[in-house]
Design a protein around this ligand. Structure first.
Ligand SMILES: Nc1nc2c(ncn2[C@@H]2O[C@H](COP(=O)(O)OP(=O)(O)OP(=O)(O)O)[C@@H](O)[C@H]2O)c(=O)[nH]1
Ligand SMILES: [Mg+2]
Length: 644
């Protein structure tokens, strides 16, 4: 009897101890957070994003973006191949995807964007093994409505984490990603993550090529910019690294699908996490800028600003800052192109009713305006060349070779346009009803996406060319193009596949969407059916093969290097025209940083974290843990792993 009482007591005291332990752990976490916050907010050495084609977001924009992401929580909707089951789902949302080499920080960036510890992060390359899609909706964890969001619990956009390519990746991941990219209709923008120390490498160019060929607009995000933080001339180093990226990714090639804006992020590894609850971002920088870029890509910026305004988030800002600035989407200082969203919203603000002014915009004029590119007069078609080499960007661990090179430059919007028109002008090839519909829709001053989509689908269904090589590699490969823009050579190249045309139309649709992102618009776009006639992974690989014709031996041959990008950039110094959104920086001084070499970076990445030492609560905590022995030690380890 006595023995049983004793064991109950023991159990009781043990559970009390556990509760105490948890409280102490939480206390320690709070202390740790406060300390880090004091240490690094804002980080004095954080060089920030570079905007040369667009204007940087205002403080109100960033506040609105932060507000949106704070109140819209992520819910996982599919993983792996789950997207296939949702292909015909008319409720599909704008999708923003994150691509990049393994270990570049894709999962970390999504965690930071959502302030939630949702994706697995690891210093070992290849941690993410399957795609994972998260929708964001203003709802409580139980699914209830949040006050002030009009009871609207509908998801607003989807973020997709991808397995990385290169070191630690697997070929089958690549197959499925390539297929996903080619089939998915509602991808609004791909954020391609580049480690700022590594810059653009061969595999990155391959992925940019695939995006270009699939008419998916993309934007570069430079990750791990905190690696420059210890340098005196942080701004100079960042600028020179960014200039190199800008040049090597051919972001200045006219009408490239790459946006003229590089967002700098850093210190994402310092994020404090606690299970799946909200996390504090610590010293991280660049995330609000990225949040704003994501909202713009999804066409949600007006919505976010309205919500922030109505929720009083913007009260502290002066009135003139609180409108969605006309600058937001307008011409940048260097006279770059207008952003597609503003262009399109202007374009589509033409009233669709008969009472409004009649427009007589021909399809050519419309496209010339929207793409700001000269249309070609005539084209000579040649039969498609058979695909030669199968490109591989997803390798097993042992096959990885990093070889930065310039074997490619992106497909441009104008070359896509050329192809689209080429098909549009060939009724025999594509069916006159399609051409007719498109022309009618445009000339009526409105873009009837639904009819275009239907015709599109019909064309895809009637197409027998699913195994035909995709066109853009041949067209855009600068090795075969004397014209740095690639448009001249594109005229002599094989005809586009149906897919390319369809994607172009979709891209135009995406570009043309007014920023208000109404449901009607969303549904019209989302109701697009998938490309039919696909053959699973084989098709993806065929497409990839045709697009790239990748030959690593050739591309590593210096003689086979292509032309440099057209606009005198790449001098490593920047032209000073773009806008750097910077916070306080130290005075510059010449410095050569030792981290420039990937090897040293890898070593740094794999360095184990220093064991924690503390005072006060931390110390008490350690003592308690020591007292409790194995269990608590385990608990602590798990906690630190989580934080990591
Ligand atoms: N210094 C620094 N390290 C970072 C940053 N972001 C991520 N990391 C670290 O980089 C490593 C890889 O991060 P992940 O987010 O798993 O990278 P990933 O691209 O998802 O990698 P895979 O899933 O393998 O493709 C982790 O150790 C992170 O802590 C950053 O901004 N700065
Ligand atoms: Mg990952």
């Amino acid at each position: 009897m006595q023995g049983s009482t004793c064991s109950s007591c023991l159990l009781l005291s043990r559970s009390r101890f556990h509760r105490l332990l948890i409280e102490l752990q939480n206390g320690r976490r709070r202390v740790h957070s406060r300390r880090s916050r004091q240490k690094a907010q804002p980080h004095p050495n954080a060089a920030e994003s570079w905007y040369w084609q667009t204007t940087p977001p205002t403080r109100t924009n960033l506040a609105a973006a932060d507000h949106f992401f704070k109140h819209n929580s992520p819910t996982r909707i599919w993983t792996g191949e789950g997207w296939r089951d949702r292909q015909n789902d008319s409720q599909e949302l704008p999708e923003i995807i994150f691509l990049g080499r393994s270990n570049v920080g894709k999962s970390s960036i999504i965690n930071a964007l959502t302030s939630c510890d949702i994706n697995r992060v690891s210093s070992v390359p290849g941690a993410t093994k399957a795609m994972a899609a998260w929708t964001l909706a203003a709802k409580t964890p139980e699914g209830g409505a949040i006050k002030g969001w009009d009871g609207d619990v509908n998801p607003k956009l989807t973020l997709v984490d991808m397995p990385g390519y290169g070191h630690g990746s697997q070929t089958e991941w690549g197959n499925s990603i390539v297929e996903y990219l080619s089939k998915r209709r509602n991808i609004r923008r791909a954020f391609v993550l580049i480690d700022v120390l590594h810059g653009i490498w061969e595999r990155d160019l391959d992925i940019l090529k695939i995006l270009g060929s699939s008419a998916i607009p993309y934007q570069i995000v430079a990750t791990k910019c905190d690696r420059f933080a210890h340098l005196e001339d942080i701004e100079g180093e960042t600028r020179s690294a960014f200039t190199k990226i800008r040049s090597e990714a051919y972001l200045d090639v006219d009408d490239s699908l790459g946006l003229g804006e590089i967002i700098a992020t850093g210190f994402l590894d310092g994020i404090t996490t606690k299970n799946s609850t909200r996390i504090w971002r610590g010293a991280a920088f660049g995330i609000p800028n990225l949040q704003w870029a994501v909202l713009r890509a999804a066409g949600l910026e007006t919505y976010a600003m309205q919500k922030a305004e109505s929720h009083g988030v913007l009260k502290k800002f002066p009135a003139e800052d609180r409108v969605l600035s006309s600058q937001e989407d307008s011409i940048s200082e260097d006279g770059g192109q207008e952003s597609s969203q503003n262009e399109s919203s202007k374009m589509f603000s033409i009233p669709s009713t008969s009472s409004g002014p009649e427009t007589s915009v021909s399809v050519e004029d419309f496209l010339r305006d929207i793409l700001n590119s000269p249309l070609r007069q005539a084209s000579t078609r040649q039969p498609p060349k058979p695909a030669s080499k199968r490109a591989k960007i997803f390798f097993s661990l042992t096959e990885d070779q990093y070889m930065p090179s310039h074997s490619w430059k992106p497909s441009s919007r104008s070359s896509l346009l050329d192809d689209w028109l080429e098909d549009a002008e060939s009724p025999s090839d594509m069916g006159s009803s399609y051409t007719g519909n498109k022309r009618q829709d445009y000339s009526a001053g409105k873009f009837n996406e639904t009819s275009a989509t239907k015709s599109d689908a019909a064309r895809r269904r009637s197409s027998t060319g699913s195994s035909a090589p995709m066109w853009s590699h041949e067209r855009s490969d600068s090795r075969t193009s004397p014209d740095p823009r690639g448009t001249a050579s594109s005229r002599d190249q094989p005809a586009p596949s149906r897919k390319g045309v369809a994607h172009t139309v979709d891209a135009l649709g995406a570009m043309s969407r007014p920023s208000s992102n109404t449901d009607a618009n969303a549904n019209a776009h989302h109701s697009q059916p998938p490309i039919s006639g696909g053959k699973g992974v084989l098709r993806g690989m065929d497409a990839l093969e045709a697009m790239s014709g990748f030959d690593s031996r050739r591309s590593s041959n210096p003689k086979s290097r292509p032309l440099q990008a057209s606009k005198g950039h790449g001098n490593g110094k920047g032209n000073g025209k773009g806008q750097w959104s910077t916070r306080g920086t130290n005075p510059s001084s010449p410095s050569a940083y030792r981290d420039r070499h990937p090897d040293s970076t890898r070593k740094e990445q794999s360095r184990p974290a220093a064991p924690g030492k503390g005072k006060g609560v931390t110390r008490g905590m350690d003592a308690l843990e020591a007292m409790l022995g194995g269990d608590s030690a385990h608990g602590r380890k798990t906690g630190s792993q989580r934080r990591k």
